[in-house]
Ligand binder design. Structure first.
Ligand code: MN3
Length: 382
């Protein structure tokens, strides 16, 4: 029995993780979970998951719920997330939080000598080096939930990583893959949220449309597999059946293929190196064609920026992430246009002070300063 702490239970990955656990009750148990402000979903999960520790965002919600459920301990806020990560009685932290907020609980879990299943790619984007050092020091494992990285991990199994020629990350292209840059000027939030292949949360669906998500995944792959940026290629693959590939020095290319169903990488991150039984209706005879196309950096400038920022390191990835979080949210809130997301991210990366070897505290500080700066740009104060 593997005991899990699940952070971000009400999000897309969180709910699918609950689904996987429910279908594999003999193998997994959720001992604690965190949820944001969706109290209805929280009550539903409390009924479904028999655990005695829950963390919510707000103090008042924690107080209200502790009266309803006297046998459960309720924590709240960012401190509550850390308390969950620091619990003793579990084996694997499943981090399905969205954004920078996922970093500190991940580090606390690793310091607590727990393995981590990570859907929160922002953790590695912002602090890949610090996370890797902590993993090494505490002899912990990090299992990617991101479908591309789960694919890469599977394509690497049984091979010598020194014989990898390159990693090929596939990209669906997002909601606007068939539009020109000119046509992007007036796209709506609703159109952007309509992803062709994957059902995902709102933030990552917008990140897919801007290709920021793929940029983050390049940085994520660099830190997960210790692969040079020159050896990471992104290829447009609009069907999303090939989840990523690894090419070796002898010309062999390994691919991981399957339906675009996040439960598959979730399951693998929970059960690695074992596999769980799962009904998936994938059929080669139903696929008419698989298309691949070179990535156009001019069409998707944020992808190019992510490579540049990843190579320069320091606090730049943290700046990139913070600016994107604010700009992505501002677009969803109707405050800026789609193309202004890019503009704001470029401006922040350009304008914020560069720190070559930042400490964790300096990364947190860069995050806060960048958020303030981008918010001031949106309000027209700069
Ligand atoms: Mn992905």
């Amino acid at each position: 029995m593997k005991r899990l702490v699940l952070l971000g239970a009400s999000g897309s990955i969180g709910l699918q993780t609950v689904d996987v656990v429910k279908k594999n009750k003999d193998k997994f148990e959720i001992v604690a979970f965190s949820i944001g402000r969706n109290i209805e979903v929280c009550r539903k999960l409390i009924e479904e998951i028999n655990c005695n520790i829950v963390c919510v965002s707000l103090k008042e919600d924690a107080l209200m719920l502790s009266k309803e459920y006297p046998s459960i301990t309720f924590y709240y806020g960012d401190e509550g997330l850390v308390k969950l990560a620091k619990l003793e009685n579990y084996d694997l932290l499943v981090n399905a939080l969205v954004g920078f907020v996922g970093l500190i609980p991940t580090l606390n879990a690793i310091e607590n000598k727990k393995d981590v299943a990570l859907a929160n790619k922002e953790t590695l984007v912002v602090a890949g080096e610090i996370v890797n050092k902590a993993l090494k020091k505490n002899e912990c494992m990090l299992f990617p939930i991101d479908s591309e990285h789960s694919a890469i991990l599977q394509c690497l199994l049984g091979n010598n990583i020194k014989q990898v020629k390159k990693i090929i990350i596939t990209a669906s292209g997002g909601s606007f893959r068939d539009l020109s840059r000119d046509e992007l000027k007036n796209v709506s939030v609703k159109d952007a949220l309509n992803h062709p292949n994957w059902a995902m949360g709102a933030k990552i669906t917008i990140d897919s449309a801007t290709m920021m998500n793929k940029g983050f995944e390049v940085i994520e792959a660099h830190y997960l597999f210790d692969i040079d940026y020159d050896d990471i290629e992104v290829v447009l693959h609009k069907e999303s059946y090939v989840h990523s590939m690894v090419e070796y020095i002898d010309g062999s290319i390994m691919a991981q293929i399957g339906n675009a169903d996040m439960r598959i990488p979730i399951m693998y991150s929970l059960s690695y190196p074992e596999r769980l039984k799962f009904e998936s209706d994938f059929s080669f005879s139903q696929i008419k064609s698989l298309n691949f196309k070179e990535m156009d950096f001019e069409r998707f400038p944020l992808l190019k920026l992510a490579y540049d920022v990843g190579r320069k390191k320091g606090n730049l990835p943290a700046i990139l992430n913070a600016a994107n979080e604010i700009a992505n949210k501002a677009f969803r809130d109707g405050l800026i246009s789609f193309l202004e997301i890019e503009e704001l991210v470029f401006k922040a990366v350009n304008d914020m002070e560069f720190i070559k070897n930042p400490s964790l505290e300096e990364l947190i500080d860069s995050d806060i300063k960048t958020r303030n700066y981008v918010n001031s740009l949106i309000k027209g104060e700069n």
